[in-house]
Design a protein around this ligand. Structure first.
Ligand SMILES: Cc1ncc(COP(=O)(O)O)c(C=O)c1O
Length: 398
């Protein structure tokens, strides 16, 4: 029998854990409401037309070859311009690398930094890839607390406590998946100061930076003093509604020597996988330069849907949710008395009522006792989902 890597065997992706069960129920004729995957294109959102047309024109115009491994020059320039326009971040195009989604940027970054046994500090609850990707490279994710009493922002003292001589970087994710939190400026200053004190690179996953539902977004870069490497990750999947196009990027800033060394480590990996999709990259240029009108419409719709969902779910006994500040995720608490653990809660709910949520502990140990709902569906469907959840809970209580 084939001998697989132990690391691979241990990897889990909780968001899709119950897919086989959901499919089985569907085959048996049950209608499932999927609130598990953060893909707006599975609902009533569409890629803006000008982006599709740019990709189509590029392909008809013969741009169907392997591009430069680091991405086409025009897109790297457009990314550099956009960072300057939105956040006054000054990184030259040569410090930008185009990737096949943020997913690839995460993998490139971890592989560049980790030797076997090394550790990356990641927020807990954690987006599952932050936990599984270090394992692939024989490293380890160490979660630091982002507790509800801090609005799910990091506890800087916990970060301090978890730094060891194996720590290679601190990862932050604001706005956050799965909690929808936005880290306050004060917290960011403290976390970036800790990184600088220990000479640790900061990896900042900024994929939800334009999906702000209420309050102000603080860009972490503003708090980096420039003494340590800052690795920003972002992409096109969510804000430009291009999930299936697989397009993202990373940008780097910090001391020249560190930037050069890190860029070389990324370039080696980029060459090894050839390039991201060339026609998609032309679509990316159109996305960045074509205005953000669709964003206002999308965020307005998402805000209304989130308000509806949060209001309704709070009327279910034993479930408590705060209105998230950003993203299309909400992370309600389930009263312990309601049902054993969070995993059995979501599994029973799927079986009995056909609503597919993700169990909180799928986002690591700090997610226990919660579930994550993806709030992208139109209001009628969300209302139906909450009615089913309510029916399920009330049955348990009676
Ligand atoms: C926090 C976070 N980072 C990265 C990704 C991956 O995004 P991409 O489609 O750009 O690979 C996701 C996708 O849901 C995410 O939630």
């Amino acid at each position: 029998m084939v001998k697989l890597s132990r690391n691979i065997l241990e990897i889990r992706y909780a968001i899709r854990d119950l897919v086989p069960l959901a499919k089985k129920l569907e085959r048996e004729g049950k209608r499932i409401i999927y609130l598990n995957i953060g893909d707006p294109l599975k609902y009533d959102f569409e890629t803006p037309r000008h982006i599709i047309e740019a990709m189509y024109r590029a392909s008809l115009g013969g741009h169907n070859y392997y591009s430069d491994s680091l991405g086409i020059e025009e897109l790297r320039e457009a990314i550099s311009e956009k960072l300057r326009e939105l956040y006054s971040i000054d990184v030259p195009p040569s410090w930008v690398v185009v990737t096949s989604g943020v997913a690839e940027a995460i993998n490139f970054t971890f592989r560049a930094l980790l030797d076997p046994g090394d550790e990356i500090l990641v927020p807990g609850p954690a987006y599952p890839a932050y936990i599984s990707a270090p394992m692939i490279y024989h490293g380890k994710a160490v979660e630091y607390r982002c507790p509800p009493e801090y609005g799910y922002a990091p506890d800087p003292d916990d970060i301090r406590r978890r730094i060891t001589d194996r720590t290679k970087a601190i990862l932050i994710n604001t706005p956050n998946n799965p909690t929808g939190s936005v880290y306050p400026a004060k917290t960011l200053r403290e976390v970036l100061d800790i990184a600088a004190e220990h000479g640790l690179p900061v990896i900042s996953d900024e994929i939800y930076d334009r999906i702000i539902l209420k309050g102000e977004y603080h860009h972490p870069y503003r708090y980096s003093g420039g003494d340590t490497l800052y690795i920003g990750l972002n992409g096109f999947s969510k804000q430009y509604l291009m999930t299936g196009w697989r397009l993202g990027y990373l940008y780097v800033s910090g001391p020249d020597r560190d930037v050069d060394a890190f860029m070389e480590a990324i370039a080696k990996q980029a060459r090894n996988r050839l390039c991201p999709s060339t026609p998609a990259q032309y679509g990316g240029v159109a996305a960045l330069r074509g205005g953000d009108e669709h964003l206002h419409d999308m965020v307005g719709r998402l805000r209304r849907r989130m308000e509806t969902f949060v209001k309704m779910v709070n009327e279910v006994p034993g479930i408590e949710a705060e209105m998230p500040r950003a993203t299309f995720y909400v992370f309600p608490r389930i009263d312990a008395s309601l049902l054993g653990d969070d995993k059995s809660f979501v599994e029973r709910l799927l079986l009995e009522e056909g609503v597919y949520l993700v169990h909180g502990s799928g986002f690591g140990r700090y997610g226990e006792g919660h579930f994550r709902a993806v709030v992208l569906a139109p209001e009628e469907l969300l209302e139906e989902a909450v009615e089913r959840i309510s029916r399920f809970v009330r049955r348990r209580l009676s």
